[in-house]
Design a protein around this ligand. Structure first.
Ligand code: AR6
Length: 175
């Protein structure tokens, strides 16, 4: 299976890369972002600062890559999901772009295994079902045209998300 599902804490993942649901400042925050910086230590923030100094803020949908510091993963890919305001098509498209840009950056760095949190479903208020449908469709579409990434793991922190993904993934055949 190229797409798998887990309920747990993404900072524990021993994948080549884990994805962070960051904000445009790239300087940390709450939720999964806070957990990653806390567990990974200051090396991650240091690289984020350098990236910011070089290229400025990270717009929604964009992704950047840093060390994973003390985490078991090799890299952290920081992407910025959109905030759910009106549920516009643009907001939904930006969430898909965040997944796609993260996967593209991963493939460029020879990442074979990558773990995603449920981007935008916390502080950024995306309805969980809508976000999960976008995430599964984006990853499925990407994997159809890529042969570098061998495994994408959705790491759901909450049972509600885990149940939504279980349902969605059971509806789709193997890739
Ligand atoms: N492992 C996996 N998932 C987690 C973990 C964890 N350790 N902790 C929380 N989650 P959020 P957003 C889940 O709010 O909505 C930050 O302050 C959480 O249950 O972290 O994209 C940033 O700096 C939820 O399902 O990210 C931004 O300012 C999911 O991660 C803003 O929040 C995303 O929730 C980004 O908001």
């Amino acid at each position: 299976m190229k797409i798998t599902l887990l309920q747990g804490d993404i900072t524990k993942m021993e994948t080549d890369a884990i994805v962070n649901a960051a904000n445009s400042s790239l300087l940390g925050g709450g939720g999964v972002d806070g957990a990653i910086h806390r567990a990974g230590g200051p090396a991650i923030l240091e690289e984020c600062r350098k990236i910011r100094d070089r290229q400025g803020r990270c717009a929604p949908g964009e992704a950047v890559i840093t060390t994973a510091g003390r985490l078991p993963a090799k890299y952290v890919i920081h992407t910025v999901g959109p905030v759910w305001n009106k549920g516009s098509e643009e907001e939904k498209a930006l969430l898909r772009t965040a997944y796609m840009n993260s996967l593209q950056l991963a493939a460029k760095h020879d990442v074979q295994t990558i773990a995603f949190p449920n981007i935008s479903t916390g502080v950024y208020r995306f309805p969980k079902q809508v976000a999960a449908e976008i995430a599964v469709a984006a990853v499925t579409d990407f994997l159809k045209n890529d042969n570098k990434i061998s495994n994408v793991i959705f790491v759901c922190f909450e049972k509600e998300n885990y149940d939504i993904y279980t349902q969605l993934l059971s509806q789709q055949g193997p890739l």
